[in-house]
Design a protein around this ligand. Structure first.
Ligand code: GLU
Length: 475
């Protein structure tokens, strides 16, 4: 075993040396065990830095649970949870509009099915590799457990780059992808949805091909479907709305509210757009949003209709928003959105988009709370800075669980051949987010870390998955 005083680890993760149980001075054996499990995950999954990071964050939280529940160690539940149940990798050949042949790589990691069928999105982005999908599938397992709904964890995707591709090319790619993956899916087996690069259009092409291959209209095999053919109202809005509801609960604990606050929301995809929408409905002012090229600063507050026009309908870059908006809205190419002073921040673009320096800028700029709309957008040193500054920090697996929660509500509606109203569905989402917040806060308190949502979320979700695994036996 490598020394706990490993400078490589400290430099790479920016974390204090040793697991928290050890730093807190209790249960040295537990800290050593966690260290050993982490080392083994790193050596069994070489080169998958994001997966290591996600595992480490969860293990960092588990000391107090293991101390109370020795059977979890005896049954090697952590080691079992860190190993995906199944990993599927396949080639995706397709032909572009010029007749050139391309070959991409497709993935589906079926991580854990103790609580229900595998559930989680598909990501199409050139950066996707096995480590991305594994980290997302691991996170998804715990996120889905927090929703309290009967869904296991999985994730998939491809290194396909949809940017600049025609409708016909997107369709052919989705069809080829589904041709291979269809045999591993099913309403009771594995239910994908969208993620970065996969929205309603792609879900439509994927569903169409699945229907053709299986000769069945199996609505429950995908979520995020169109409203006219089996989709649920509020699914599109759910991740963004849910992040704002989670933020509202964190603020309530501190005697604060959303109304009147200045906010920044990174990204300008589905999550970001509906975060802005709910913030505006609740009386906040959102002054900045971004894409991978730069950010827009709009002192008067983002014009939501224009943002939707540019991003949802035209699929254009965020710079187009600034050009059209005029009146002082500025586009800062290569600018860092985290330098914009705000009270509330919603990182809603992608993993590791917010590092320690960015966290310091936010703290200096007067930020009091952060809710993660993306999966793992804050690096470990950023999280540590937020916690030291006593900023309310809602980690992604809790704060962004609204999306997958409404996916599970879509599955419920499909199973009953039913459709719910917007009001009823949004009310269910609000209740779920409030319950997740309560669960995280209470669990953190019970295990001696009041106010620490990271530890609360990790411990609560781990306990739920672990208990189901113990009940199901060694399978
Ligand atoms: N990709 C989303 C997430 O990260 C949603 C998954 C789903 O709806 O299944 O949670």
């Amino acid at each position: 075993m490598r020394s706990r005083r490993d400078p490589y680890r400290q430099a790479k993760y920016g974390l204090p040396v040793g697991f928290p149980a050890q730093r807190n001075g209790d249960h040295v054996e537990t800290a050593e065990l966690l260290e050993e499990i982490y080392r083994s995950v790193v050596s069994r999954n070489p080169g998958e830095a994001e997966f290591h990071q996600a595992v480490r964050e969860v293990l960092d939280s588990l000391g107090p649970v293991l101390a109370k529940r020795p059977e979890l160690t005896e049954q090697r539940v952590i080691e079992r949870i860190c190993e995906p149940e199944r990993q599927i990798i396949f080639g995706v050949p397709w032909e572009d509009d010029e007749g050139t042949i391309h070959i991409n790589r497709g993935f589906r990691v079926q991580f854990n099915s103790a609580l229900g069928p595998y559930k989680g999105g598909l990501r199409f982005h050139p950066s996707v590799y096995l480590g991305t999908v594994k980290f997302l599938g691991f996170e998804q397992t715990f996120k889905n457990a927090l929703t309290g709904l009967p869904i296991g964890g999985g994730k998939g995707g491809s290194d396909f780059n949809p940017r600049g591709r025609s409708e016909a090319e997107i369709m052919r790619f989705c069809q080829s992808f589904m041709l291979e993956l269809s045999r591993d899916l099913g309403e009771y087996r594995d239910v994908p949805a969208g993620d970065i690069g996969v929205g309603g259009r792609e879900i439509g092409y994927l569903f169409g091909m699945y229907k053709r291959i299986t000769r069945q209209y199996e609505s429950g095999v995908l979520t995020g479907k169109g409203l006219g053919w089996g989709g649920s109202v509020v699914r599109k809005e759910a991740t963004g709305y849910g992040a704002v509801y989670f933020m509202r609960e964190m603020l309530k604990e501190r005697g604060e509210e959303i109304e009147g606050k200045t906010c920044i929301v990174s990204g300008s995809g589905n999550v970001a757009i509906y975060t802005v929408e709910k913030l505006q409905q609740l009386g906040a002012r959102v002054v900045a949003c971004s894409d991978s090229d730069g950010y827009v600063y709009d002192e008067r507050g983002i014009d939501l209709e224009l943002l939707k026009q540019v991003k949802e309908r035209e699929r254009a870059r965020i710079s187009v928003y600034a050009d059209r908006r005029g009146g002082g809205a500025r586009y800062l190419e290569d600018g860092n959105i985290w330098n914009v002073p705000c009270q509330l921040a919603f990182p809603s673009a992608t993993q590791n988009e917010l590092n320690g320096h960015d966290a310091e800028s936010l703290v200096k700029g007067g930020c009091i709370a952060v809710a993660e709309g993306a999966n793992m957008p804050s690096t470990p040193d950023a999280v540590q800075i937020f916690q030291e500054a006593r900023i309310a920090f809602g980690l992604g697996k809790a704060a962004n669980a609204g999306g997958v929660a409404v996916s599970a509500l879509e599955m419920q509606q499909n199973a009953r051949r039913d459709t719910w109203t917007f009001e009823y569905t949004e009310e269910r989402l609000r209740q779920i987010m409030e319950t997740i917040h309560r669960t995280c806060a209470d669990t953190a308190e019970t295990y001696g870390s009041p106010g620490n949502y990271v530890r609360g979320a990790n411990m609560a979700s781990f306990i739920r998955v672990a208990d189901a695994m113990l009940a199901l036996g060694l399978v």
